[in-house]
Design a protein around this ligand. Structure first.
Ligand code: NAD
Ligand code: DAU
Length: 365
């Protein structure tokens, strides 16, 4: 096994930041270079404590900058890319697909070319791990079997299509140029450092502020939720153990419809207010501060165009071949996540910038 020197793209974002923290906690002496353009979804504060460490370097830059990436790989003698950087929000892809093509497709292709130049042309051992999504497989009916790794691709949003294209590019570079790669397709993540435009952090912040919880359509769309720490642990196992050229599904076996999930979040917040009397003073607009149920904030709104009905991941391959199973139970994970947002109010207040407010205005009116 090669000793890892990593380039982690997009590690100022939600999953990448958790991954960098997770990797360093178990391999504190590994060299890690973080490359992130710090778009609206990238928050330096999420990784500021890591960037101070001797073995970690943060570079603000774009994955589409070929020279920058190639030079980083060469001068830092990096041998592993873990590629998280992406435009990741489906609703934004519906409003403006262009950025998704530019970052997710062109960005991945430039990164692959930099890997070719730095590694393949010099015959160096390497691994390119590409982070992908279950959305490339399309949408399931209520009784359909969960997605396996051989499920045909059927992306339905501009986001999903851009991720599918990037998966194809990674495989094509493996087949054509001999790139040593692995790919993981993961279900919906939740946990610390998630930008509050995705369902779970959006709802936690809105409950605390006493704002409506927007449920698209009938609220019965189903997602398979995975705690981000379980995702990071799975990616680490794959990087360390997967044969080249293989794809791995990662899921939580925790399907919930959106309405049930949001209700569970409301209860988690209400319980937290029941335990800690000080929360009333910190969040006076939260229904729980007046002794009411936060469920009163649930508001049905217009559906997302092309809204996929159900995703579910069959992670049997990962379980049987690499012995990986998620550790978090969803109810525990949601309560801990509510706890994290309560304890890290400064973090989410800071990321709710002017640009974010403009987006909320456009999306929700
Ligand atoms: P995120 O939006 O929170 O973070 C994305 C990060 O990428 C940000 O820090 C951003 O600054 C950076 N970035 C964007 N464009 C860049 C560019 N051109 N150059 C360099 N950096 C750039 O996303 P996330 O939720 O952490 O998702 C990370 C990856 O995981 C994505 O590839 C996504 O498709 C995939 N994924 C996400 C989920 C989920 O539930 N969030 C599930 C499965 C797969
Ligand atoms: O399945 C993996 C994917 O999960 C990742 O690839 C994406 O990067 C990630 O954003 C996520 O996509 P979703 O569209 O499933 O996540 P989101 O949090 O946006 O929405 C979850 C569900 O909640 C979905 O059915 C839409 C619904 N929803 C979302 C928002 C933001 C609402 O009902 N109201 C909302 O305000």
């Amino acid at each position: 096994m090669i000793s890892r020197r990593l380039l982690v793209t997009g590690a100022a974002g939600f999953i990448g930041a958790n991954f960098a923290h997770f990797w360093i906690a178990s391999n504190p002496d590994d060299r890690i270079v973080i490359l992130d353009a710090l778009t609206y979804a990238g928050n330096f504060t999420s990784i500021a404590s890591l960037a101070k460490r001797e073995h970690v370097r943060f570079v603000k830059g774009d994955i589409r900058d070929f020279e920058l990436v190639r030079d980083l790989l060469q001068t830092e003698a990096l041998n592993t890319i873990v590629h998280f950087a992406a435009e990741s929000h489906v609703d934004r892809s519906i409003l403006g697909p262009g950025e998704f093509v530019a970052t997710n497709i062109v960005g991945t292709q430039v990164l692959l070319d930099a890997a070719r130049a730095a590694w393949l042309e010099k015959g160096l051992p390497h691994r390119f791990h590409h982070i992908s999504t279950d959305e490339v497989y399309g949408s399931l009916g209520p009784t359909d079997a969960a997605f396996t790794e051989v499920h045909p691709y059927d992306p339905r949003s501009p986001y999903a299509a851009s991720k599918a294209a990037s998966d194809h590019l990674v495989r094509a570079y493996g087949h054509t140029y001999g790139l040593d790669y692995s790919i993981s397709n993961c279900s919906n993540n939740y946990g610390p450092y998630q930008f509050p435009e995705k369902l779970i952090p959006l709802c936690i912040v809105n409950i605390l502020e006493g704002r409506p919880l927007p449920i698209y359509g009938d609220g019965l769309n189903v997602r398979d939720w995975l705690h981000v720490e379980d995702h990071c642990a799975a990616v680490k196992v794959i990087i360390e153990s997967s044969q080249p050229g293989r794809t791995w599904n990662i899921g939580g076996r925790s399907e919930r419809n959106n309405l049930a999930l949001v209700r569970e979040l409301c209860h988690a917040v209400d319980e937290a207010f029941g335990r800690d009397n000080m929360l009333k003073n910190r969040f006076p607009n939260c229904p729980a501060a007046q002794g009411n149920s936060s469920e009163e904030l649930i508001t049905f709104v217009k559906d997302r165009p092309g809204h996929d009905r159900r995703y579910a991941i069959d992670a049997t391959r990962l379980e049987q071949e690499l012995g990986f199973e998620p550790r978090y139970d969803l109810s525990r994970g949601l309560r801990e996540t509510v706890g994290w947002y309560l304890a890290n109010e400064n973090w989410w207040r800071a990321v709710l910038s002017g640009q974010y407010k403009e987006w909320v205005q456009r999306q929700y009116g």
